[in-house]
Design a protein around this ligand. Structure first.
Ligand SMILES: NC(=O)c1ccc[n+]([C@@H]2O[C@H](COP(=O)([O-])OP(=O)(O)OC[C@H]3O[C@@H](n4cnc5c(N)ncnc54)[C@H](OP(=O)(O)O)[C@@H]3O)[C@@H](O)[C@H]2O)c1
Length: 332
């Protein structure tokens, strides 16, 4: 397979992670970055072409990408950008608003099928790897439910999608959202109870928000706790902090999570499946997963496939740089 040319579309935390990840994937090369704010990106990056994201036909012709890794935010960016960009080039994205994935899939599938491109959507660690683990657990233990828990440690885990959603609120200058798993609920699953949880039974959300000096904090709080999908279903605590406090106490991007399922085999032997990830850097981990999916997207495209795909539709060997012979010999 020839070297895969990758464009990074959108340059924030995940975009930076993709650049770092490409350094560790010698079968890929960074063809360029496209952004809505190229001047901002050029201040941080040199020796890489940086073009305006909206000029899609121009950057596709100039940079000749095999695939674009879309690193925009899930709340406002990807719902507009993906269906537009996949009209011209294969794409991969990490859209993470779980409840909207069916509609998002339909919209992107329509655009990518019409253009003959491959668009791998909603991948990362969750949705993404955890989605696959949920499906595997449920398939191997029929009748079981697979549950995802996040933020297992004392400080919880930083959710980038929820932090991104907070930063879209008027009057919010910066923000971080830590997810905390409710451990009593994990125990119920491990005990084989297969409980019917509401989202709020499984996690709490703690927000640290830097508000503009003239902002109405009560209004911001109401907007946060009532935000559909992101915060409304959870017990959500909003703490207003200074920019300095946010920087000092809440740095880095740690996150972790667990997929856990309990069921039975045969006539009642208890069985459990667990899969755990721990990330020192959530955006770098997400980026590594996106890059492996970019490889898979190009392979699917080279087979003449088109339309939208999720991790569930892709054979795991397509993610790997290893040959079929190597996989059979060393990894089975
Ligand atoms: N599926 C998963 O497991 C998973 C895990 C983690 C994250 N995610 C998703 O990844 C998305 C992106 O996360 P992120 O942390 O990279 O978001 P982010 O840093 O806020 O970046 C999002 C976009 O905002 C723009 N941007 C970034 N910094 C900016 C700045 N200083 N000034 C102006 N614009 C700026 C960039 O677009 P332009 O370059 O076009 O301006 C960038 O692509 C999240 O919304 C989340 O949904 C998914």
């Amino acid at each position: 397979m020839s070297t895969i040319r990758v464009v990074v579309a959108g340059y924030g935390n995940v975009g930076r992670g993709v650049l770092a990840s490409l350094e560790n994937n010698p079968d890929m090369v960074l063809a360029g970055i496209v952004s809505r704010s190229p001047e901002r990106v050029k201040k941080e990056i040199s020796n890489v072409p940086v073009l305006l994201m909206n000029d899609i036909e121009q950057w596709v012709s100039e940079l000749r990408p095999d695939v674009a890794i879309l690193c925009g935010g899930s709340k406002n960016d990807l719902p507009e950008q993906t269906a537009n960009i996949c009209r011209f080039v294969n794409t991969v994205d990490s859209f993470d608003n779980h409840s909207c994935i069916p509609q998002y899939f339909e919209k992107v599938n329509t655009a990518a099928t019409a253009s003959g491109k491959v668009s791998v959507i909603s991948t990362g660690w969750d949705p993404g790897v955890f989605s696959m683990e949920r499906v595997l657990a449920n398939s191997f233990l029929p009748g079981s439910r697979a549950y995802g828990f996040y933020g297992l440690g004392e400080n919880g885990g930083l959710s980038m999608g929820h932090s991104d959603a907070l930063r879209t609120i008027a009057g919010v200058l910066d923000a971080r959202q830590y997810t905390h798993a409710i451990h009593a609920s994990i125990d119920k699953v491990r005990n084989g109870e297969n409980p019917a949880f509401t989202p709020g039974d499984m996690h709490e959300r703690v927000c640290f928000v830097v508000a503009a000096p003239d902002a109405d904090k009560e209004k911001i709080t109401a907007e946060i706790v009532n935000m559909p999908g992101y915060f409304a279903p959870y017990k959500t605590t909003v703490n207003f902090v200074s920019a300095e406090e946010l920087k000092e106490k809440y740095s880095g991007f740690p996150h972790d999570g667990l997929v856990v399922a309990s069921g039975i085999t045969g006539k009642g032997n208890p069985a459990g499946i667990e899969y755990r990830c721990q990330w020192g850097s959530n955006p770098e981990a997400t980026a590594n997963i996106l890059v492996a999916h970019a490889r898979a997207a190009v392979r699917l495209a080279n087979e003449g496939r088109k339309g939208a795909f999720t991790i569930l539709d892709i054979p795991p060997a397509y993610f790997s740089t290893l040959s079929k012979e190597e996989l059979l010999k060393h990894w089975m």
